[in-house]
Design a protein around this ligand. Structure first.
Ligand code: ATP
Ligand code: MN
Length: 466
C-alpha cells in the first residue's frame, strides 16, 4: 500500500511541500460542511498534536458519497495539493482530489465525540483514548523520554541490560508482590501444603520483580556502568494518583560510584531528559501547559537550570518539626517521610528539587550502605515539586561483614541470597545506583493529575482490562 506523508512532516517542511500533491492518512477529528458546498475535515494521524485541514469541494469531485458518510472517527487516505491556508491557526491545508475511505465510525455508537471527555471515562475506553489530544500528546512525550533515557546513558558509556521479570527475590520490602505460579489454586488439596512449591513450575516460590537492581548489581560489578529500563510490579493496594501495580523503572547501577556521584548522576539525568523533552516536544508541552498547568514550561525550565538541594534525613525532620503545617502523619525521627512531608519540603521549604540522604537504617532495605554513625544508611530520595519522590537510590553495602550483619538484622536468608553475598566475597567494589519511576516522571513533566494517564494501559487494584 502506498504510504502517505506524515502530517508532522508536512508542517515542519512546509516550504518544500507547498504546491505539491501529497497523500496523507489518518482519522477524522471533525468534519464541517459549509453552505458553499465545501467540507472542512480536520485530520489527525498521531504524528503530532495538530490536525491537517482538508478542503473538499463537493462539486468537482467524485468523492461526494464518501464525504456524506465521513464522520468523527472515520479513517481515510486523502490525496491533494498542499496550499497556503487563509484560515486562522494553520499555515497550510490540503485541497483534496481523492478521498479513500478505510473505515467508518457510526456516530450513534462511536464514544469519542467532539467534546471534552473525563479521564475516568477515557480509561474505560483505553482502546480508543489514544486518539484524543491528551493521550496522543502523552504518548509522544513518553516516547521522547524513553529515547532520551537511552541517549543519556548510551552517551555516557552505560550498557543497557535486561534483568528478569520473574524472580525469586522477595526481600525488597517494596510494597506487596505478585506471585507467579502455574498451580491451580482450586486443585491444591489441604495437607499437601508443605511441599506445594515442589509441584510448581520453578520448584520454588517466584514473583514478578519489584526492581531489577539486585541483578543490575551483578552487571555493574563486571561491566562497570549499566542500566535497566523495564516493567516492575507492586501489588500496592493503595489507590493513589501516583501508584500503579505495573510501572516502568529506569535503574542505573555503577561500580566505583559513591553516594555523591550517585546524586550528581541523578541530577544530571533528570535535567537532561527534561530538557530534551522540552526541546523536541514543544507543541505537546504547550498543550499540557494550556490544559494542565499554565506555568508548566517555566517550572520545568527552572528545574533544568537549578541545582538540586541536598539535605540529610535528620535535617529534613528538623525542618518538618519546625514547620507550622498541619500534617496528617506525625513527624518523628525514625519514621518514613510521607508524600505530604516530601511535597512540603520540595514545594514550600526549598521550592526546587531536593534530594534527601542518609535515612535511618531501620526503614531502608538491607543492601544500603551503613554510614559511619551506624544509625543511618547512604540512601537518597529525589523529590520533585508537585509530585514528591520520583527517584529512590543508594550506595550499596560492599563490605561483606556489614552486609551479613544487615541481613541478619533484617531476617534475610544468606542461603537464598548466596549469589548476592558472593559478589562481596569476590572482587567487591564500592557501587551505587537508583531507580526512577518512569510514569512518575511522565506525570510530572506533563502536569497530569493522575499517573493512570501516564501509561497506555494502567493496572491498578481491580483494573486489568485491555
Ligand atoms: P513511594 O514511597 O512513592 O511509594 P517507594 O519508596 O516505594 O515510592 P522505590 O521503591 O524507591 O519507591 O522505587 C523507586 C521509584 O519508583 C520511586 O521513586 C517512584 O518514582 C517509583 N515508584 C515506586 N512505586 C511505584 C508505583 N507503585 N507506581 C509507580 N511508580 C512507582
Ligand atoms: Mn511505594
Amino acid at each position: 500500500m502506498q504510504q502517505g506523508v506524515r502530517i508532522t512532516e508536512l508542517f515542519s517542511e512546509e516550504e518544500e511541500y507547498l504546491g505539491k500533491t501529497v497523500k496523507v492518512q489518518g482519522w477524522v477529528r471533525t468534519k464541517r460542511d459549509s453552505k458553499a458546498g465545501i467540507s472542512f475535515i480536520e485530520l489527525n494521524d498521531g504524528s503530532c498534536l495538530r490536525n491537517l485541514q482538508i478542503i473538499a469541494e463537493h462539486e468537482e469531485s467524485d468523492y461526494r458519497e464518501v464525504l456524506d458518510k465521513l464522520t468523527t472517527g472515520s479513517s481515510i487516505g486523502v490525496e491533494g495539493k498542499v496550499s497556503p491556508s487563509p484560515g486562522k491557526g494553520q499555515s497550510i491545508e490540503l485541497h483534496a482530489t481523492k478521498i479513500e475511505p478505510y473505515g467508518w465510525a457510526d456516530p450513534a455508537t462511536y464514544p469519542l465525540q467532539k467534546k471534552r471527555h473525563s479521564f475516568e471515562f477515557l480509561r474505560q475506553i483505553a482502546h480508543l483514548r489514544s486518539r484524543t489530544n491528551t493521550m496522543g500528546a502523552v504518548t509522544r512525550v513518553r516516547n521522547r523520554l524513553s529515547y532520551a533515557i537511552h541517549q543519556f546513558f548510551q552517551e555516557r558509556g552505560f550498557h543497557y541490560i535486561q534483568t528478569p521479570i520473574i524472580t525469586a527475590s522477595d526481600c525488597e520490602g517494596a510494597g506487596d508482590i505478585f506471585r507467579v505460579t502455574t498451580l491451580n489454586p482450586t486443585n491444591i488439596k489441604p495437607g499437601e501444603s508443605e511441599n506445594i512449591y515442589e509441584q510448581d513450575f520453578f520448584g520454588r516460590p517466584t514473583y514478578l520483580t519489584v526492581s531489577g537492581q539486585l541483578q543490575a548489581e551483578i552487571y555493574a560489578l563486571s561491566l562497570g556502568k549499566v542500566y535497566t529500563f523495564g516493567p516492575t510490579f507492586r501489588a500496592e493496594n493503595s489507590n493513589t494518583s501516583r501508584h500503579l501495580a505495573e510501572f516502568w523503572m529506569v535503574e542505573p547501577e555503577m561500580a566505583f560510584y559513591d553516594l555523591q556521584d550517585n546524586l550528581q548522576l541523578a541530577e544530571a539525568f533528570t535535567k537532561t531528559i527534561i530538557a530534551m523533552c522540552l526541546e523536541d516536544c514543544a507543541e505537546d508541552m504547550d498543550f499540557f501547559a494550556r490544559f494542565m498547568q499554565p506555568s508548566l514550561r517555566e517550572n520545568l525550565e527552572q528545574i533544568v537550570n537549578s541545582s538540586f538541594e541536598i539535605v540529610t534525613y535528620t535535617e529534613a525532620i528538623d525542618l518538618l518539626k519546625k514547620s507550622t503545617e498541619a500534617f496528617t502523619f506525625p513527624v518523628e525521627w525514625g519514621s518514613d517521610l510521607q508524600a505530604e512531608h516530601e511535597r512540603y519540603l520540595t514545594e514550600k521549604v526549598f521550592q526546587k528539587p531536593a534530594s534527601i540522604i542518609d535515612f535511618p537504617r531501620a526503614i531502608k532495605p538491607f543492601y544500603m550502605r551503613v554510614n559511619d554513625d551506624t544509625k543511618t544508611v547512604a540512601a537518597m530520595d529525589v523529590l520533585m515539586p508537585g509530585i514528591g519522590e520520583i527517584i529512590g537510590g543508594s550506595q550499596r553495602e560492599e563490605r561483606l561483614d556489614v552486609l551479613l550483619e544487615q541481613m541478619q538484622l533484617k531476617g534475610i536468608s544468606v542461603e537464598d541470597y548466596r549469589w548476592y553475598v558472593e559478589l562481596r566475597e569476590f572482587g567487591t567494589a564500592p557501587h551505587s545506583g537508583f531507580g526512577l519511576g518512569f510514569e512518575r516522571l511522565v506525570q510530572f513533566i506533563t502536569g497530569l493529575g493522575n499517573i493512570r494517564e501516564a501509561i497506555p494501559f494502567p493496572r491498578t487494584p481491580g483494573h486489568a482490562d485491555f
